[in-house]
Design a protein around this ligand. Structure first.
Ligand SMILES: NC(=O)c1ccc[n+]([C@@H]2O[C@H](COP(=O)([O-])OP(=O)(O)OC[C@H]3O[C@@H](n4cnc5c(N)ncnc54)[C@H](OP(=O)(O)O)[C@@H]3O)[C@@H](O)[C@H]2O)c1
Length: 216
């Protein structure tokens, strides 16, 4: 499977590329092709050090969309609208949103758009045939970075296209010890996204690191 990561040079994108490249063809997207190539070279070098074989290349964000069967939008919430206005070709693609609209004052809080959630905003901005699915919203970027570090988390998945959701859940279940759970239609995405400021506040006020969730 080909997985394009828009903003694949960031904390989440780079870590996901490391985890996915041994099993899939990963296209790290960026606004800057040189930056994307440099991150993909680092990813390949890191895997090589671990005697793993991977497939990862760097391209511009538009090529990551065009090439990917699945496209992950690994960009900060505040740049979602401007980025999606510049990109085309999402028709019939599965689009994964790990995006959380979070703001910070004396604590982290959920600050969703009028649509109800970042995922619903993304669905509105994309063509109707794009299949938007939320996933990976509640896993800290730090935890993705070392493939030797087991990811023993649950991943809540929302989406309106059952086949797309099933495909994303299958993908999730191949990564480390992640376990996917169906969290309902896309209009439930706000519940999943809003867990993240809770996790950040728990970490901050209890001197914890990279707090995650597991449903048992
Ligand atoms: N960080 C976490 O622990 C975490 C956990 C769960 C979910 N998330 C979600 O995952 C998403 C990515 O988080 P992140 O921490 O990986 O973000 P990030 O590192 O801050 O940024 C990701 C990438 O976004 C691109 N970017 C920066 N400014 C931009 C702009 N003005 N326009 C378009 N693209 C821009 C950059 O890529 P280029 O410069 O290469 O274009 C950057 O590498 C966010 O929506 C976040 O809510 C994050």
């Amino acid at each position: 499977m080909k997985i394009g990561i828009v903003g694949g040079t960031g904390g989440i994108g780079e870590g996901m590329a490391l985890r996915l490249a041994p099993y899939h063809e990963v296209i790290i997207g960026s606004r800057d092709v040189e930056k994307a190539c440099s991150v993909s070279e680092c990813t390949m070098a890191f895997l090589d050090e671990q005697d793993k074989v991977g497939r990862c290349i760097g391209m511009c964000n538009q090529d990551a969309v065009d090439e990917g069967d699945i496209v992950i939008l690994a960009i900060p919430y505040r740049f979602v609208e401007s980025t999606l206005h510049e990109l085309t070709g999402f028709e019939d693609k599965i689009v994964i949103s790990p995006v959380n609209p979070i703001e910070k004052s004396d604590a982290f809080y959920y600050a969703p758009p009028a649509e109800g959630s970042a995922a619903q905003l993304i669905a509105r901005l994309l063509p109707p045939r794009a299949k938007v699915v939320t996933a990976f919203n509640n896993i800290a970027a730090n935890r993705w970075k070392d493939p030797a570090d087991e990811l023993d988390y649950s991943v809540a998945v929302c989406g309106d296209d059952d086949d797309a959701k099933a495909e994303v859940m299958q993908l999730i279940n191949t990564i480390s010890k992640l376990c996917a759970f169906d969290a309902g239609p896309l209009r439930m995405a706000s519940i999943v996204e809003s867990i993240t400021p809770l996790l950040l506040n728990l970490a901050r006020f209890n001197q914890m690191k990279d707090v995650g969730i597991r449903f048992v």
